[in-house]
Design a protein around this ligand. Sequence first.
Ligand code: PMV
Length: 315
Amino acid sequence: MKWQTDASPNIALIKYMGKQDYDSNLPANASLSYTLSDLKTVVELESTTENSDRWEALHDKNLAYIPKLDAEEQQRFLRHLQMLKKYFNYQGNFIVRSANSFPAGCGIASSASSFAALTLCAVKALQELTGQKIQDVAVIADLSRRGSGSSCRSLFGPWVLWEGDKVKQLELPYFKLLHQVVVVSSHKKQVSSSEAHKRVKTSLLYEGRTQRAEKRLEELFTAFTHKDWSLAADIVWQEFWDMHVLFETSYPPFGYMESNSLIVLDYVRALWEAEKDGPITTMDAGPNVHLLYRQDQEEMAKKVRSDLSSQFSLL
Ligand code: PMV
């Protein structure tokens, strides 16, 4: 028997960086994300009589990016499946297959969509195989969070607030945004986000981080509620820089920003200066730059694509 589901990545505007509890992935601060419904990870599970679970790439002509998970990443994915099997008290095994519609491991939040898709697919399979039912999506989000914290936000959308062990959809203006990723590099990152969560705490600048993030979250709500796009863009800009500065000032320091990321950020800044308007800009734990536009900025999004496409690929 085979089951298949998909889930989209989400981009945090207020970042989850630093954990309160490492085993259950409880965050140090609340975060706010936008679900990127044009991108997806597909996970397929096939029940097998083999004596353990295993992962392999999913080959599907509609999914351009076949992930190359190293042994450790495969183990992390399979450990999550094993936790879900234990939750349902199920003894059988599965072949897990996955692929993405976008490059993985480079700051486009593939771990969020992968773990959300795996959780949804395993819950679907295990409900059918055991006859048990999970009625509440909050329970599924809680299970998903244990695999990868940010994945719990991918079960909702588009606006999602995650606070402690609670995650919920929010009614905010700007329901349908246009999203672009300027792909500066699709190379897999050297330092995983799991490691980043630990390492940021060694930065002298980590002190006050929780308060800064919580304050920005409040200010961002107010900006969105008043439809103050420009203020929202300023807050989100400060927030991603805060996270990247923590990376660069950790011990030992690390970073994802590349010189080409700075070229894109300079371009966006100049656009804002010239037009007194522009996209909300953010970066995840990777060198690629995410741009979010309002519906009425479609022409601007086209211009940005044409200006940048000679140097970078854009998703
Ligand atoms: O879910 P994790 O452990 O991969 O953490 C991801 C954290 C960031 O993507 C860097 C920020 C966020 O809030 O998504």
